[in-house]
Each structure stands twice: as structure tokens, then as C-alpha cells.
Design a protein around this ligand. Structure first.
Ligand code: SAH
Length: 253
């Protein structure tokens, strides 16, 4: 049996209870060494086989899983954040389907959630934005034409840009082709929830220079949108005059 597990954004106590329990029992752990905090591996059994997938191909990962399966052993495939976001798990699941190997998935705290926590921010502020776009700049992995950043930026919604900290001059230009202006608030969150976390508040127009000044070119999220400014409307849900399925509003019949 294979368990895909979200490791969370970095802090070792941000893995889920279920993920931690699976990690503690696993015969074999294949972790994404480039981003998963190695401190999590302290939970593994002393006799567990631990492999770092950073130096492995998909084929090598699947081979290691097959070897464990032959011995009736369990594998935890430990992915950073939540495995469904840039985790490359679909291709692994398809290979496992073809081999008749069973698996399940345990979600994790994605880095875009940890970044908001670090900034005390809320992506979905009433009157500001009710949409979060998770995206990336095109790198060696192509992005479909219809999802060009300049097009997504037309919405002016809250946005979290992954995998793009090394391309900030280009990112900035793309964002400015949409609804954002140079003064639109932005932030760089480097290694959210790690001891070396850095939060840099800036604007769309100063993203590139802020990253350069702080030596940030990887393992960072770029957050963009007016949710990072002070303005918003209060929520209807907790408004005294608003009636919900759980609470009758003041002055309502
Ligand atoms: N599955 C992961 C994302 C993997 S893609 C998740 O849910 O978070 C790798 C990218 O995620 C990095 O380039 C960076 O943009 C972002 N990232 C991952 N961990 C991060 C962290 N702790 N702080 C800031 N960004 C992080």
C-alpha cells in the first residue's frame, strides 16, 4: 500500500495527525528532498528505508515502490505542502493503477495557506476579492496558453504565484498587463513556517527589487492583490443583522 502524504509547508508540527501516523508506521519513505523539512523524518521508524526523490526519476520512484510491495511493505510518498498542488502525483497514481498497487492520499497544509498565516492575511475579503488564483510563471514546465499570467491578472483577484521567485522582473511585467497597478500590494514569503521564514511586503512595482535586496530567488511565494491592503467590508456572516441557518439576525421578523 502506498500513502501519498502532504508534509505541510515546512514546520514539522504542521503535518496532519493522519500524515504523522502513516509516517511513523511506514516501511519505506520517499520524500521530496528539495522542499520537505528533514526534521519530519525523525518520526520514521529506525529501520525504515528512506529515499530522497530529488535525485530520482518517476521510474526510480515507482521501482522502489514495487520492491516494497513485493515484500508486502508500505510506502509513504511524502510531498511538500499539499500533494495536489504542483505535486506531480497524478503520474504516480496512474503508474500505480497500471500495476494494480493500491494507494490513498492524505492532504497537507499548502504553502499558500502558511504564507497567508505568516502575513496575518485573508485572501477572501468581502468587497475586495472572493477568488484566489493559484498559478505559476512558465518555466521549463509549460503553462497552457489560455492561462498566461497577464490574462489571469485581468481579474485583479487575490493571487498566489508558485515556482516563480527566480523570474520576478518578468512576473511583475505580466501582472501589470492586467488589472494590477504598480502600487497594488504584494508580498514575498520565503520559507513560510520554517525558522528562516522571511515576509517582505512590497508592491507589484517593487517585487523584483525587493527580492533582489533580500536575496530571495527560490522557495518563496509571491502574493498579490488588494487583500494585502487595509481596506475591506465586514462579513455578512457575523453581522448582527444578518440571519443565517444558525442564527437569527437582530431586527429580522
Ligand atoms: N505542493 C506544494 C507546492 C510545491 S511547488 C504546496 O502545496 O505548497 C514548490 C513551490 O511552492 C516553491 O517554488 C514555492 O513557490 C512554494 N513553496 C513551497 N513551500 C514553501 C514555503 N514553505 N514557503 C514559501 N513558498 C513555498
Amino acid at each position: 500500500m502506498v500513502h501519498f502524504v502532504g508534509a505541510g509547508p515546512g514546520a514539522p508540527d504542521l503535518i496532519t495527525l493522519r500524515g504523522a501516523a502513516l509516517l511513523e508506521k511506514a516501511d519505506q519513505v520517499i520524500y521530496t528532498g528539495s522542499l520537505v523539512n528533514a526534521a519530519l523524518l525523525e518520526r520514521c521508524r529506525e529501520d525504515s528505508r528512506i529515499l530522497n526523490s530529488a535525485s530520482m526519476t518517476l521510474e526510480a520512484v515507482i521501482d522502489a515502490i514495487r520492491e516494497a510491495e513485493k515484500k508486502g511493505q508500505t510506502t509513504v510518498r511524502l510531498h511538500t505542502g499539499d500533494p495536489s498542488v504542483y505535486g506531480a502525483i497524478r503520474e504516480q497514481m496512474d503508474r500505480l493503477d497500471a500495476l494494480g498497487i493500491r494507494y490513498d492520499v492524505t492532504p497537507g497544509v499548502s504553502s499558500f495557506c502558511a504564507a497567508a498565516a505568516a502575513l496575518f492575511a485573508e485572501y477572501t475579503l468581502p468587497g475586495i476579492s472572493q477568488t484566489v488564483i493559484l498559478t505559476r510563471m512558465e518555466g521549463r514546465t509549460p503553462v497552457p496558453e489560455r492561462e498566461r499570467l497577464a490574462d489571469l491578472a485581468r481579474h485583479g483577484s487575490s493571487m498566489a504565484v508558485f515556482l516563480s521567485a527566480g523570474m520576478l522582473p518578468a512576473l511583475q511585467e505580466e501582472l501589470l498587463k492586467g488589472a494590477y497597478v504598480r502600487e497594488t500590494p504584494a508580498a514575498l514569503v520565503y520559507k513560510a513556517s520554517w525558522p528562516e521564514e522571511k515576509c517582505i511586503r512590497c508592491t507589484v512595482g517593487t517585487l523584483a527589487v525587493s527580492a533582489a535586496e533580500n536575496g530571495i530567488d527560490r522557495t518563496a511565494l509571491v502574493l498579490v492583490g488588494d487583500f494585502l491592503s487595509g481596506a475591506y467590508e465586514r462579513s455578512c456572516l457575523y453581522d448582527p443583522v444578518f440571519t443565517t441557518g444558525y442564527r437569527k439576525g437582530e431586527n429580522s421578523a
